[in-house]
Design a protein around this ligand. Structure first.
Ligand SMILES: *Cc1c(COP(=O)(O)O)cnc(C)c1O
Length: 467
């Protein structure tokens, strides 16, 4: 494809995306295909000769689109959002066009410096403590996901707890990590990958609001210490995946400080709410944390992948992950004057992700971002009000932000029926969880273009499905 052809095809693809944005509401939100249906449409062998671009784009419509679940539909209320926005898409496109590998400062200085700068902006935008900024002892880095951020936090914690020995000899079986029963599954995955082993992860009981019980955590840590084990890592969550429960970060943080245990905060979804001063109370206690992660790729209009990961002290992270083979040696690295982000993550290579985040922040402006987030939260609060006012339904957990956990009072069977009915209608997509053993429906608001009318329609469909 020549640059001229690219110009033409590129315009067609942009038009395709713009058309998609305009008609996304017309598709069934949840893809209705059966397993294997998409593959059955694809030829068994790859083409020997290049095909015309029109044919490829036509097959996107014909073969791919039926198998798409429309995360960018304003009627998508399942899981947590993975929203995007036009400026983010354009930033992603430009990143692909430049095609740089940002593993070292020297391999594209702008890739590193823009990332450092935008993450410092983000720290100020969210009211994060000064020590999370690059001008202090810590700093931020963009990871592909909150899962990777948690793994890096755990590896840094392991490094610090063993004075580097774990990197030389492996984890020694005495290291223990703590999270709550409601903590995201990525913590257990990290514990496995980092070599602590799932048996050395303590899942701490939660209270009736699904937040970690501090007394149970302190007791578990004391028991492990008494048995000669080495508590090294606690993950507290601000906004759990099931119900956006908020762990008592300040109490946990004080205890971790006193015990010299690494505290990681997982605020994958909820972190975004701290853009608004009225939700900054979510940050209470985070000055006590060693690391913090949130996902602009969930609720901040930046398409996947983009997780912002901050550490209060970059030392242990870099010591744990830095490896310098001869072929990557360069003057800038040796001068110590630059950041090489490959030392802050698992993989060596890295994409220019800061571009899309920069585009989003500049296009929306802080006030534009705040306005969307406020609106989503207000819609969720209003929806929770409708649930409370209807005696067929109950709100199943506190609603601090934009997720409403609710259920029909008639039991699991009718809730399952409501879920199946609304999701097979194609007009909306809800997901579920289990709270206190009961099937619970989750309405999660956060797609960029969700308006009050979409939430109202969702409520009407839920009511119809219940009758
Ligand atoms: C979504 C979520 C994650 C995982 O996010 P990825 O970026 O997909 O790894 C982790 N923790 C919480 C609380 C989440 O909601």
């Amino acid at each position: 494809m020549t640059p001229d052809e690219f110009r033409q095809r590129g315009r067609e693809v942009i038009d395709w995306i713009a058309d998609y944005m305009e008609r996304v509401e017309q598709y069934p939100v949840l893809s209705q295909v059966k397993p294997g249906e998409i593959r059955a449409e694809l030829p068994p062998q790859p083409p020997a000769k290049g095909e015309p671009f029109q044919d490829i784009l036509r097959d996107v419509d014909r073969i791919i689109m039926p198998g798409i679940t429309h995360w960018q539909s304003p009627n998508f209320f399942a899981y947590f959002p993975a929203n995007n926005s036009p400026p983010s898409i354009l930033g992603e496109l430009l990143s692909a066009g430049l095609g740089v590998q940002g593993m070292l400062w020297a391999t594209s200085p702008a890739c590193t410096e823009l990332e450092t700068h935008v993450l410092d902006w983000m720290a100020d935008m969210l009211g994060l403590p000064e020590h999370f900024k690059s001008s202090s002892t810590g700093g931020g880095v963009i990871q592909d996901s909150a899962s990777s951020a948690a793994l890096c936090a755990l590896i840094a914690a392991r490094e610090r707890a063993t004075d580097g020995k774990s990197n030389l000899d492996g984890a020694d079986g005495r290291l223990v990590a703590y999270a709550s029963t409601q903590t995201h599954s990525s913590i257990e995955k990290a514990v496995r990958i980092a070599g602590l082993g799932s048996r050395n992860l303590r899942l701490i009981e939660t209270d009736n609001h699904h937040a970690m019980r501090f007394d149970k955590l302190a007791k578990a840590i004391a028991t492990d210490r008494a048995a000669g084990r080495v508590p090294c890592f606690v993950c507290a969550t601000i906004g759990t995946t099931s119900s956006t429960a908020i762990d008592p970060v300040a109490r946990i943080g004080e205890y971790c400080r006193a015990e010299r245990i690494w505290l990681h905060i997982d605020a994958a979804l909820a972190g975004t709410a701290a853009l608004c001063p009225e939700f900054r109370h979510l940050n209470e206690g985070i000055e006590l944390a060693d690391s913090y992660a949130f996902n602009p790729h969930k609720w901040m209009f930046t398409n996947f992948d983009c997780d912002c990961f901050y550490v209060a002290d970059r030392g242990p992270l870099i010591r744990a992950l830095s490896i310098l083979p001869e072929y990557l040696r360069n003057k800038a690295t040796e001068s110590g004057a630059v950041i090489d982000y490959r030392d802050w993550q698992v993989s060596l290579g890295r994409r220019f992700r800061a571009l899309k985040l920069w585009f989003v922040i500049r296009s929306f402006g802080v006030e534009g971002l705040q306005a969307r987030v406020r609106e989503h939260i207000a819609f969720a609060q209003e929806f929770a009000g409708w649930i409370r006012a209807d005696d067929r339904f109950e709100v199943a957990a506190p609603v601090p932000l934009s997720l409403v956990c609710f259920r029909h009072v008639g039991g699991d069977e009718i809730n399952q029926r409501i879920l199946d009915r609304v999701n097979s209608s194609g007009r909306m997509f809800l997901s579920h969880t289990r709270l206190n053993g009961k099937l619970t429906l989750r309405l999660s608001i956060g797609q960029t273009n969700t308006q009050r009318r979409h939430v109202l329609q969702a409520w009407e469909q839920i009511c119809a499905a219940a009758s």
